[in-house]
Design a protein around this ligand. Structure first.
Ligand code: AMO
Length: 433
């Protein structure tokens, strides 16, 4: 590539060759300004019509917005320029001309609806706010990976094309696999569990999960990103400690490393959650929800928590909180029941006041109990033999959780819709781009 100066590093007294997009052209008569934008910022290019070559002035000012240009010239101090410097050009080269009929305004002056933004993600991500979300998302994933490595985890990658579902039969996407029925994986659950019995013992994965969710809501995707953790010799409480750390560290690292992005998003004070999140039992939770009067009918032991109930509880608690001690009957087959009370499971959820972020728990590691659990939930243990068989050869007690990456970013940045936290979201209507 030819030499290129990042806009943000252009210094007065030096020469620069910047390459980027035409953000704006301001023609004030005798003088005109071209604002060039690259991923590091924006810079003003000055054209003095009296003293400059007409062809050069025309090259730099007769341009469609969002065209790609390369400008070379001297960088000079100019306190009236937005960044205190400007380029006095000696050449402007148009590298790629843009069609003037832009489907959305990347300068952000004209608001676009979310579907238009998603249809034109490339242009949408030229806007500072949208770009900031994805820079922050990248920082969240970096921080999460680093944290897991610091506690002795190995990063794994598990199959996304599978023979069986794990998270309830109705939410599977079927595919045809060389004439056989197969599915897009809903969760790395069974594979990550198999790894705790391997020589790896403690693992994490950041990868896609596929859910054929029927509902079209601001917090459901049909392809989401799951941050999964699983460790041998852990109980549910230890997994909750890790979960707390992951959520806190993600916020801390964003607060520390993403100052400019947070500023772009309008934060002067970005909140980092406290060290310890309250741990409510399921019984406490239903009692408190019933107490709010948010539901027409009172909840009873064994009921799932409806969205309105969780919203009312979230408003009351006002911070991240765990819900523990769920009825065993509403938790999946792989979650272990409590030793002292088989009706109560070791499963837990972590909720942000707005929504659920995490499910996890200690797992059933005893072969006989595991197989009995499959049967109790109406699942054929034979179909899961690749998984259950390994429990016959020394499977340690273990625990873990799955954390939705988009929900983490969405709640962290108070985004109204989960689709804003994934580049190319999949929902019931949206299959491309
Ligand atoms: P669960 O099904 O609760 O648990 O999923 C874990 C977390 O993943 C996120 N998530 C979603 N995000 C957006 N759209 C969806 N359709 C969607 N589905 C799930 C949520 C949710 O809390 N195997 C267990 C985890 C475990 O026990 O380790 C599981 O998948 O944030």
């Amino acid at each position: 590539m030819r030499e290129r100066t990042d806009v943000a590093t252009a210094e007065a007294g030096e020469r620069a060759a910047v390459a980027g997009w035409v953000h704006e052209i301001r023609d004030l008569g005798g003088i005109a300004f071209l604002i060039v934008r690259d991923r590091t910022g924006k810079i003003q290019v000055k054209f003095e019509k009296e003293t400059m070559d007409d062809a050069l002035v025309a090259a730099g000012t007769d341009l469609a917005r969002e065209s790609v240009v390369r400008v070379t010239g001297a960088v000079e101090e100019e306190e009236r320029a937005p960044t205190d410097v400007e380029i006095v050009p000696d050449s402007v080269e148009v590298i790629a001309e843009a069609d003037p009929g832009l489907p959305l305004d990347p300068s952000g002056k004209v608001d676009a609806e979310l579907p238009t933004r998603l249809d034109n993600r490339t242009l949408d991500l030229r806007r500072g706010e949208a770009k900031a979300v994805f820079e922050i998302r990248a920082e969240v994933l970096r921080a999460v990976r680093e944290y897991f490595r610091s506690v002795g985890c190995t990063e794994i990658t598990t199959p996304k094309i599978v023979a069986t579902g794990t998270e309830g039969g109705t939410e599977l996407f079927p595919i045809t696999y060389f004439g056989r029925e197969a599915f897009m994986n809903q969760s790395p659950q069974l594979f990550k569990q198999l790894m705790v019995g391997s020589g790896l013992e403690r693992v994490f994965e950041v990868g896609p999960i596929f859910r054929a969710e029927e509902h079209n809501t601001p917090r459901h995707l049909n392809e989401a990103t799951s941050i999964d953790f699983e460790s041998a010799f852990f109980d549910a409480s230890e997994a909750m400690d890790v979960c707390e750390d992951v959520v806190r560290v993600a916020h801390e690292e964003v607060a520390e490393s993403c100052e400019s992005q947070l500023e772009t998003l309008g934060y002067d004070d970005f909140g980092v959650p406290d060290d310890e999140f309250p741990r409510l039992t399921y019984e406490d939770a239903i009692e408190r929800i019933n107490g709010t009067g948010a539901l027409d009918e009172e909840l009873e032991w064994g009921d799932d928590l409806p969205t309105e109930g969780e919203t009312a509880l979230g408003e009351q608690v006002g911070e991240h909180y765990f819900i523990t001690d769920w009825p065993s009957e509403i938790k999946p087959f792989y979650i272990k029941d409590r030793d002292d009370d088989p009706d109560v499971s070791t499963g837990f959820d972590l909720n942000h006041p707005r929504m659920e972020l995490v499910s996890g728990g200690q797992r059933e590691h005893r072969y006989d109990e595991l197989v009995a659990g499959f049967e109790a939930q109406g699942l054929d243990p034979e179909a899961f033999a690749y998984y259950t068989e390994m429990f016959r050869y020394g499977m340690p007690p273990h625990a873990g959780f799955g954390l939705g990456a988009e929900r983490l970013v969405m709640t962290m940045l108070d985004l109204p819709n989960i689709r804003e936290a994934l580049l190319f979201p999949r929902d019931r209507q949206r299959l491309s781009p």
